[in-house]
Design a binder for this molecule. Structure first.
Ligand SMILES: *[C@@H]1O[C@H](CO)[C@@H](O)[C@H](O)[C@H]1NC(C)=O
Ligand SMILES: *[C@@H]1O[C@H](CO)[C@@H](O)[C@H](O)[C@H]1NC(C)=O
Ligand SMILES: *[C@@H]1O[C@H](CO)[C@@H](O)[C@H](O)[C@H]1NC(C)=O
Ligand SMILES: *[C@@H]1O[C@H](CO)[C@@H](O)[C@H](O)[C@H]1NC(C)=O
Ligand SMILES: *[C@@H]1O[C@H](CO)[C@@H](O)[C@H](O)[C@H]1NC(C)=O
Ligand SMILES: *[C@@H]1O[C@H](CO)[C@@H](O)[C@H](O)[C@H]1NC(C)=O
Ligand SMILES: *[C@@H]1O[C@H](CO)[C@@H](O)[C@H](O)[C@H]1NC(C)=O
Length: 602
């Protein structure tokens, strides 16, 4: 049996007018019903699915207008009604047309329903409804989500939430826009042939799939990456559908990226190996390997600490410098004023030594935040930190270490550029960093006395935003704290400019967990003239540029940017999918994948 799903997208009114209408009359060609609020009679359709407690779906005859669905949810919680109807019954009934969404999910799209069903007459039983086969009968558009995503960055444009799909109530354009396509199938029985999961399941057990139809952004693992369309706008990957909680109260399988489902019995597990980086530390003093890893709320006792240590030792090949984000203090999420993280970092570096065949021991440093002022899990005091090879690198001496609230500045000392505090934080009292991680800036020296600079970033989080709303009501989708993230990038850009004013040939590496896609170009605009993203400079295929998987998109939140001096010497970067190519959600050590890069700093 093929995987068949009902496309269910997720006010009140009392109008006495009585009408005898078809399901297609009720659905109409726009997002909202032309019969909204009206009482209707003699609606006929064949039942395609019956839920245990919230109604059943009926389907009538199609018209030749692809904009108009011929399926409909009849909402009822009445046990006597639900137990008196069966799949295959041709029924006629009366009811009232409504548009519904859960009040707890205001950003969902309204879905057309028939409420308060009465006069239900079973005209015949045992009828079959041929599902619409996606990819054969109709295929979703592959590029754009909504006509309302106007703005220079398409669906990632700022400002967000300029219009609402439900308020505009446009006529749908299913051949052009994904939300319109899926809306045109609302309530209809469809078959998804050859489904492939493109994310892990969410907390409700739902998961996104692509099917056997044309897709764009397909990466080597089988997921869909956010890439640039020929017109320069970001691909929204609307050619995917979420497999909901099963109507029959069975349970969905757990999924992973690239997992294929057969059309017959269920899951075929296939987990190709996850390759290690081919980039390895070099003997050359000027050639530096850099690892970057958001280690997701790591405390000394975290269960993810040993696997992360294994990743750094055996998948990233012990880079010369690790950029870490989300190192917690010594007692993790106990909120007792402890901010020191030396036990966390010692435990991690010891675990890396145990995991590596050479027993390699990293050195490390960080700057403690002020207690409970940098966001993240309560009491955890997450911060950025560096691990480094002390036999190859040292910090430029002569400057004190900065405190939580001391701003470091580029300065010239003894004819050479350095930082006034080393390491130090950039503009830490600027309100743009409130409740967020301050950047960690460092001046480094190689064995041959050449200098370079790093800035380790963890920009303000994208919590609960674009998340829910990529296919939601607000257009363009809401991107939480995008203004704050933009001004954080501006502050870092101002610091990099100061360095470059003192030495236009300075070797500078800036990056970490930026919590943003480069396709949201407005956020990174301040970097445009001064830094180049390593993925671009290293010619990473655009489809393979991702470090995170969320809903329908493989996406890059973690970036490293370099100054022109480094870019010109040639670079390399690899994203190592130790987590997002894993066999299940439970085996991930972090929600982010690490990356490893090689740059020449002299
Ligand atoms: C519904 O159909 C029945 C049987 O054809 C008919 O008697 C009745 O008048 C119709 N009701 C309406 C409101 O059209
Ligand atoms: C939505 O738009 C359609 C087509 O213009 C119109 O018939 C319908 O009344 C509108 N529905 C609502 C609830 O505004
Ligand atoms: C669909 O059309 C056929 C042929 O006109 C008709 O017999 C049948 O009752 C219609 N089905 C529904 C559900 O209206
Ligand atoms: C979008 O804006 C509307 C006001 O126009 C507001 O009611 C709604 O909550 C906003 N949506 C989101 C997801 O923030
Ligand atoms: C952590 O720092 C404290 C205070 O400086 C020190 O007493 C302790 O020994 C350190 N622990 C480790 C594991 O380095
Ligand atoms: C950091 O700032 C504090 C408070 O202003 C000050 O007392 C301290 O001397 C500063 N530290 C450095 C290294 O500049
Ligand atoms: C924060 O930084 C921004 C960007 O550099 C700047 O415009 C603003 O004045 C700063 N605010 C404070 C309070 O220093």
């Amino acid at each position: 049996m093929a995987l068949s799903v009902i496309i269910a997208l997720q006010l009140l009114a009392i109008v006495p007018l009585a009408l005898s209408v078809s399901i297609t009359d009720i659905q109409g060609p726009a997002f909202l019903s032309p019969l909204f609020g009206q009482a209707v009679h003699n609606v006929t359709g064949v039942i395609t699915a019956v839920t245990s407690d919230s109604g059943f779906y009926i389907q009538g005859n199609r018209t030749d207008d692809d904009r108009v669905s011929n399926g409909l949810l009849v909402f009822t919680e009445s046990e006597s009604i639900l137990s008196s109807v069966s799949v295959g019954d041709l029924i006629s009934l009366s009811g009232r047309v409504t548009e519904f969404k859960e009040s707890s999910e205001p950003n969902d799209l309204l879905g057309t329903e028939l409420e308060d069903p009465t006069n239900i007459v079973v005209l015949s039983s045992g009828n079959t409804v041929e599902p619409l086969v996606l990819g054969r009968d109709r295929s979703p558009p592959t590029d754009k989500l909504s006509a309302l995503d106007v703005g220079p960055d398409g669906w990632l444009s700022v400002p967000n939430n300029v219009s609402l799909v439900d308020s505009v109530n446009a006529t749908v354009q299913p051949d052009k826009f994904g939300i319109d396509f899926w809306s045109s199938l609302e309530g209809q029985l469809v078959t998804v042939p050859g489904p492939v999961a493109i994310d892990f399941q969410n907390s409700f057990g739902e998961f996104w799939v692509r099917g056997d139809w044309p897709v764009t952004g397909l990466n080597s693992r089988g997921g869909l990456t956010i890439t640039e369309l020929p017109d320069g706008l970001p691909d929204g990957n609307p050619e995917v559908v979420i497999i909901g909680d099963p109507i029959d109260d069975t349970t969905n399988p757990t999924t992973s990226v690239g997992m294929k489902f057969t059309d017959i019995t269920g899951v075929v597990q296939s987990h190709p190996d996850i390759p290690s980086a081919t980039i390895k530390p070099s003997e050359d003093a000027c050639t530096i390997t850099i690892g970057d890893y958001n280690v997701e709320n790591m405390a000394p006792t975290s269960t993810n600490l040993p696997p992360v240590a294994n990743h750094i030792a055996n998948f990233l090949n012990l880079p010369d410098i690790m950029f870490l984000q989300e190192i917690q203090d010594n007692d993790g999420e106990v909120d007792d004023g402890v901010v020191d993280a030396n036990v966390t970092l010692t435990t991690l570096t010891d675990a890396i030594a145990s995991a590596s065949s050479s027993g390699f021991q990293y050195s490390f440093f960080d700057i403690d935040p002020v207690n409970d002022q940098d966001g993240g899990a309560g009491g955890g005091n997450i911060r950025q930190a560096h691990l480094f090879r002390s036999e190859k690198l040292k910090l430029v001496p002569g400057s004190p270490v900065g405190g939580s609230l001391n701003a470091t500045q580029p300065i010239i000392r003894d004819g050479k550029v350095t930082l006034s505090l080393n390491p130090g934080r950039i503009d830490p009292t600027n309100s743009s960093w409130d409740d967020s991680r301050k950047p960690l800036a460092t001046a480094w020296e190689t064995l041959n006395r050449e200098r370079f600079f790093t800035v380790n970033l963890h920009l303000v989080a994208k919590t609960g935003d674009t998340a829910e709303s990529v296919q939601g009501n607000a257009r363009p989708p809401v991107n939480t704290d995008v203004a704050k993230r933009t001004s954080q990038v501006e502050i870092v850009a101002a610091f990099v400019k100061q360095l470059l004013e003192l030495d236009p040939g300075a070797s500078i590496i800036v990056g970490g967990d930026c919590n943003e896609f480069v396709q949201t170009r407005s956020v990174f605009a301040a970097f445009d003239d001064i830094l180049t993203e390593l993925d671009v400079n290293s010619n990473v295929p655009p489809l393979e540029r991702y470090t995170y998987v969320f809903q329908q998109n493989s996406q890059q939140l973690d970036h490293l940017f370099v100054s022109s001096a480094i870019a010109a010497r040639g670079t390399e970067i690899q994203h190592i999918h130790v987590n997002n190519w894993g066999p299940s959600l439970a085996t991930r050590a972090s929600d982010h994948d690490p990356s490893v890069a090689q740059v020449k700093v002299c």
